[in-house]
Design a binder for this molecule. Structure first.
Ligand code: PMP
Length: 353
């Protein structure tokens, strides 16, 4: 047996590609089309090299306090990592350790199964209904934890708070992780439920609404007890530490909420207009509460649509998966970008007829 045969079998996650070509309209990884503000630029310019020769505050305490204040929580309820993917990865390692499978919807962020496979965690995918909603009864069987995103990536739809409350009430002996990467666009968060459930972990990100995907900042929120378990695992590695530059930029972003809110409003307005135009062209579209739309092509397969758009220098996302194989996800870019996309789609539909 070679050394290679002795390794664990890993299926790498195929991330949305970062195109090498110029002049692409990049609408495949749900980034914000608007840059972060001058306040962020000023924070970067204020960084001096003497701060870079020493280790950063390993628990990002100042940023942690600012976030706690923003959400009306205690500092002990906040954990910060390098992007929410890292926070989720650490959460899987920390919380999902039982004999029974963890549960997740069958249409969800594909990274969850990647982490589970990597860490040897058993999982079971529970079917969503015809409208892509989770079904409460599927989450009432014995489990070692539950994970889902709300709003959901890729469908964009939101499970209401009474559903989440009921799910938590019937799972008080499991950790429930709700990935709220897109909650800033949704006007709904499970944060108020943290008072009621000490087994709830919520993750958030600076990558989407805050225009900071290049900085890598993600957050977990939970009860002081649950969050302390994340610190126990983090500190066993002496790693997973957020660097000084990211901490400073994160703080500047928290202090610059007005611009963040303006960009959110612009993106939502563009999404609503774009969605209506797509419906006029005959596309089926979900009620997305995010910075992307999830649409079903009336005529063509998702792969064909993706390829045709790629040739036209517009990059979107599709999946070769049974339940969603004729759906594509398009990130909301600037209004001008979306006008170009619409013009392309209108012509595409004409040609397909
Ligand atoms: N969760 C969901 C549902 C996402 O779509 C993403 C971004 N692809 C992430 C987490 C990770 O975001 P980040 O690591 O940039 O915080």
């Amino acid at each position: 047996m070679s050394w290679e045969d002795k390794l664990r079998v890993v299926e790498p996650y195929i991330s949305g590609e970062q195109p090498k070509m110029d002049h692409m309209i990049k609408l495949n990884t749900n980034e914000n089309p608007y840059p972060a503000s001058h306040a962020i630029k000023a924070a970067l310019e204020a960084i001096t090299t003497d701060k870079l020769s020493i280790y950063p505050n390993s628990d990002a305490e100042e940023l942690r306090s600012a976030l706690a204040k923003m959400w009306n929580l205690d500092d002990s309820q906040i954990f910060i990592g390098n992007g929410s993917d890292e926070v989720l990865s650490l959460s899987f390692l920390t919380f999902f350790n039982g004999q029974t499978p963890i549960l997740m919807p069958d249409v969800t962020y594909p990274f969850y199964t990647t982490y589970a496979d990597l860490y040897g965690i058993k999982y079971k995918k529970q079917p969503v209904d015809d409208t892509f909603h989770m079904q409460l009864q599927s989450y009432q069987e014995e489990n070692s934890g539950i994970i889902f995103c709300n709003p959901c990536n890729p469908t964009g739809i939101v499970e209401p708070l009474d559903f989440i409350d009921a799910l938590l009430a019937s799972n008080s002996n499991s950790i429930v992780i709700i990935d709220e990467a897109y909650a800033d666009f949704a006007g709904q968060t499970a944060i108020p439920l943290l008072d009621k459930y000490d087994n709830l972990i919520i993750t958030r990100t600076f990558s989407k609404a805050r225009s900071l995907a290049g900085i890598r900042l993600g957050v977990a929120l939970g009860s002081p007890l649950a969050i302390s378990k994340l610190y126990d695992v983090k500190n066993s590695f002496n790693s997973y530490c957020v660097d000084y530059v990211a901490q400073e930029v994160g703080l500047a972003s928290i202090n610059d909420q007005t611009l963040v809110d303006l960009n959110i409003a612009k993106i939502i307005a563009t999404r609503n207009w774009f969605g209506k135009e797509l419906e006029k062209l005959g596309f089926v579209i979900t009620d997305s509460q995010t910075n992307f739309v999830f649409i079903q092509s009336p005529l063509s397969s998702a792969k064909n649509l993706y390829e045709k758009m790629y040739e036209a220098h517009i990059i979107i996302r599709y999946w070769d998966k049974p339940r969603i194989s004729n759906w594509v996800r398009i990130t909301i870019g600037t209004e001008e970008e979306m006008r170009n996309v619409l013009a392309f789609l209108a012509e595409f539909i004409q040609q397909e007829k």
